[in-house]
Design a protein around this ligand. Sequence first.
Ligand code: DSN
Length: 416
Amino acid sequence: MNKISLKDYDPTIQQAIKNELNRQEQGLEMIPSENFVSLAVLEALGSVLTNKYSEGYVGKRYYGGCEFIDVVEQTAIDRAKQIFGAEHVNVQPLSGAPANIAVYFALLNPGDTVLGMDLSHGGHLTHGHPVTYMAKIFNFIRYKTNAEGKIDLDNLRQMALEHKPKLILVGYSAYSREIEYEKIKAIADEVGAYTMADIAHIAGLIAGGQMNNPVPIFDVVTTTTHKTLRGPRGAMIMCKEKLATIIDKAVFPGLQGGPHENNIAAKAIAFKEALEPDFKEYARQIKANAKVLEKKFNDFGYKLMFGGTDNHLLLIDVFSTKGVTGKQAQIALDKAGITVNKNMIPDDPRSPMDPSGIRLGTPALTTRGMKEAEMETVADWINEAVINWEDENKLAEIKSKVIELTKKFPLYPELV
Ligand code: DSN
């Protein structure tokens, strides 16, 4: 076994990790799906659990030596149940896409119809976008938001009556409004459809009591664990007990092999953190910070898609309001030390690689301890960078202010 330190053995990778640490320390991370995990979560990810195979489930493994692995996995399951009020939890999905795919294979037969939100209206690729393999296997019909930027439940009901889906899918990647789970469940019941919510973006807000929780209402709920929930990269599936066996079989052996138990340990730690009282305050502050950005960008005259935000993110049409494309805005903001992502707006006339919008959010900055006052300043800088997107001096000037601000909110001082 190689016993040399990373620094001495592989300086290329060690330097890239160090550079990434510095980038995270000195920048304003505003991609709404990103966050910063605790040192305890990092420690579990780098632990000897990565050495172990454990195909199967707690108490029913295909490998010997799983007695400690079982403790880890059962703890993660118990804590997830406690946070969300779930009847059954599978913590093995490697990430969000495999979690969603496993649910489709559990509940559907090839050719079955699914109602899912259109990608440009805030849905996700795995919710039936034509470029995915899932769209070749199942018949995804895509619903959209209405002119007010809301999910039109009357229209959704009409579509459900017309298409008779076997599954109605909600939960979004760029949609910024609350979801009326009871009403959607009533529509699904009318047509005999399963209900599935993908709460990847808002799981931390739900855990912190800041958004509606679909787990007691819907048949199946999937989530990644690394966004607002602030755990390691990975996912889990929560479902009603009656679906436990088919969901578990769809994850393993249906789709995956050995679970990544170092990752499951890190999930368990993140769930413990989410059960602490201060997690509620973190979730509250994420929304409060997003509300400050909403007001500022309204005042600056930007068009906010969906009319604003009820959660952690904003989808902003920079092209129609400032004549700057999403790509130009993203590049300018990168130069200013602020990371966002270019994003399609509903029915975007532009291309996905250079769309009309940018998507930004507050979870990572909130984790750093930033509050309303910092959001005011950050919004000013974002606006200045967007409207001066070609002015390299201006962008460099903003970047130096960004670095000064980040020094007041150190991220991983133990690692620098
Ligand atoms: N890629 C994630 C996001 O950024 O929203 C969703 O999977």
